[in-house]
Structure formats: C-alpha cells, structure tokens
Design a protein around this ligand. Structure first.
Ligand code: MG
Length: 383
C-alpha cells in the first residue's frame, strides 16, 4: 500500500525537497494533494509530473491560470486557504506535509490534526504562535505531529533510544549562520543578500534570514518545548558551525545521545515520510576521516538579540511567542525588501513583547487577534 501524501506549500524549499524524496520512491508514495501560494508554473509542472488529483492555489486571483492548465489533465483545481483546510482532512490522505511559510500554515495544520492526520511539520511558526492550541487539538482528535525540522527530527530519533528514561536536557545545535564570526558593527550593516548566504543549509528565504538573526533557533526552542513537552530550562542552545550534529539528548547519568549526518533536509523529510522505516534519499554520507573536527561555542545574545527575545517569549508564555512571531514575519519581509536594517528586526520584536496585550491562556481566536494586531503595529514602525 502506497502512503498518500498531501503537501502544503509544495513549491517552496521543503515542498520541492519532499517531492525529490518521493521522486526516488514512487513505489512507496502517492501524492494526492499539493498547494502553493502563487508559484503557478512550478505548481502546474508538479501536478503533471506526480499525477496529483487535487491542486490548491491559495492566491485566488491565480485560479484561472492553474485551472486552464490542469483541467485538461483531469486534475481538480481549487482556490483559497479554505479549500485547502477542507481537503487536508479528506479520506485517503495518510500524511500531510506542513511546509507553508509562517503563520499562514496554522489553519491548514489545525484542519489536518482535527481530522486525525499525521502531520510532518516543517512549519515551525505554527507551534511558535499557537503551540498550546495545536498540541491540545492534536491530542483530542488523534492527530500526530512528526518533526521535519532537522534539530527536532534529531531529538525525535535520539528519543527512540531513550526507552522510559526521562530527558534531562536537550542540546539544540545552531550553525550560527553567516554572521557567526562578524562583530556587532559589521552585522548592523549586513544586507539581505549577505544574510541569505547560509554556510551549510539550503532553505527558503524566511528561515534563512531567521537563521542569520538566530530567531530561527529561538523559535526552535519554542518548537522543542511543545513537541517534546520540555521546560525552557531543559533546552540548551549550542553553536556548532559544522552542522554535522543535528541535536542531542542528555539523560540523568550525563550520557548524551546525538544524531549526525551531512546537512541535507531530505534526510529528516524522508524519515518523517517513511517512519519508522528509513529510506535512501540521495544525500551525501558522512566521511569521518576527512571531517576534521566538530567544534562548539556558546551563543552570543549580544550580537544575536533575537535568540534572547525568543527565550523571553517562551518564559512569559501565553500569547508572547505569537506576538514575537507576528512582529518577526513583518520585520523579515521588510528586511528582505531593504526597508529596514538587520538589528531593526530585533528592535521590532522587542517592541512587540514590551507593548504586548498579554493573554496567559490564549484561545485560537486570541491567537489570530494577537497575530493581526501585532503585525499591524509592526507594519506601522516600518512604513
Ligand atoms: Mg532547523
């Protein structure tokens, strides 16, 4: 029996790499639904190559282009996020790959979990903004979240060796991004083009900027809290520039189990798709003899204040991480357009936390309200 896969955000970095894994294992997987926001050409090409029966174009203005191209192939074409939310819950979907960017992934992810699906989650902002709501809903409806983020996939893999032993701490590794060795003054003048040159990982623009500010690592701390039921004090961030150790779990006796591999997102994607089996995914294998050394250093929250902001948000809890995420999405989009400077991203995040209308136990409605209120305020700082 082939596993039937829905890919939310099939034209982005995770989406295309997911399809690359599936391309290598057409006997194991069948793609039954793909969606994209507005990359019409690639979406159409993917639908034809993978014989996908259902295609959603989220930007409704582009519907006719996609329908004209795909209806002659017998493909059902839908428009808008509401359609996507309806379709992810349909019978015959086994795994939903959550690869949309940012807060926009929240509603479809919730819809999939509500339908009791397995969600291979790459869209960390969903857990950052609404971790309590998302995990509660998954529990109530039998939905399962499998991590695709490489660090969380690593922790998940390490935990398979844990038996009943409780976790003492996890060590989330961070590459440190392109500005790891730069001083604060030089970082202050960094352009988006420089920030987009990640030393190790091939990723989309949003997460690559978040890696340069280390907001990504902060968000991953929040993601780890929800995925593995940890307190902030149990999560240690360590900079590991080689990105070979993808994360580690420590136990009460001081033993540490680590997961290693060449940095290639197809490995965690493949593991989530085929769990508990493993697949070949076409990646490079580690050659320890030529690897040289693995090095580690403490993160510097003075040069990378976004990491400190994320820890502040997780400690405050409630809707604080949602607010930080909303401000960050607006700030990163503005930075990519050259409208603000590198450290303005942190300043806008800081303002979102200091001016927050705090809700200790936010409902889903509170989360949506916080997201739009904070995004509007953050937008006001920029324009
Ligand atoms: Mg990651």
């Amino acid at each position: 029996m082939k596993r039937k896969i829905a890919i939310l955000g099939s034209t982005g970095s995770i989406g295309t790499q997911t399809l690359d894994v599936i391309r290598q294992h057409r006997d194991l997987f069948e793609v039954v639904l793909i969606s994209a926001r507005s990359s019409v050409g690639l979406l159409i090409a993917q639908a034809i190559e993978f014989d996908v029966p259902h295609v959603v174009i989220c930007n409704e203005a582009r519907y006719q282009d996609v329908a004209d191209a795909l209806q002659p192939h017998g493909v059902k074409v839908w428009a808008g996020v509401d359609s996507l939310c309806d379709l992810v819950g349909m019978d015959g979907v086994d795994i939903v790959v959550g690869a949309m960017v940012g807060f926009s992934g929240l509603r479809p992810t919730l819809a999939a979990l509500k339908a009791g699906k397995v969600v291979a989650l790459a869209n960390k902002e969903t857990l950052v903004a609404a971790g309590s709501v998302v995990t509660k809903l998954a529990r109530e409806h039998g939905g399962v979240i499998l991590p695709v983020d490489s660090e969380h996939s690593a922790i998940f893999q390490c935990l398979l060796a844990a038996g009943d032993n409780p976790v003492e701490r996890v060590h989330l590794t961070a590459s440190g991004g392109p500005f790891r060795t730069w001083d604060r003054q030089k970082i202050a003048g960094a352009t988006a083009a420089q920030a987009l040159k990640h030393p190790n990982w091939n990723m989309g623009n949003k997460v690559t900027i978040d890696s340069a500010t280390m907001m990504n690592k902060g968000f991953e701390v929040i993601e780890a809290k929800w995925l593995f039921d940890l307190t902030p004090d149990q999560i240690n961030v360590v900079v590991h520039p080689e990105s070979i150790i993808h994360s580690m779990v420590e136990f009460v006796d001081g033993a540490v189990i680590a997961q290693l591999g060449c940095p290639d997102m197809r490995e965690p994607i493949g593991f989530a798709l085929s769990f508990p089996q493993r697949l070949t995914v076409g990646n490079k294998k580690l050659d320890f003899a030529t690897l040289g050394g693995l090095t580690f250093e403490a993160p510097d929250t003075n040069r990378f204040p976004c990491l400190g902001l994320a820890f502040e948000a997780i400690r405050r809890g409630g809707n604080a991480p949602c607010a930080l995420n909303a401000a960050n999405e607006v700030a990163v989009a503005a930075y990519l357009k050259g409208l603000i400077s590198f450290y303005d991203i942190a300043k806008i995040g800081e303002k979102a936390l200091s001016g927050l209308n705090f809700a200790a136990d936010p409902s889903l409605d509170d989360i949506f309200a916080t997201n739009s209120e904070v995004a509007a305020i953050a937008d006001g700082y920029i324009h």
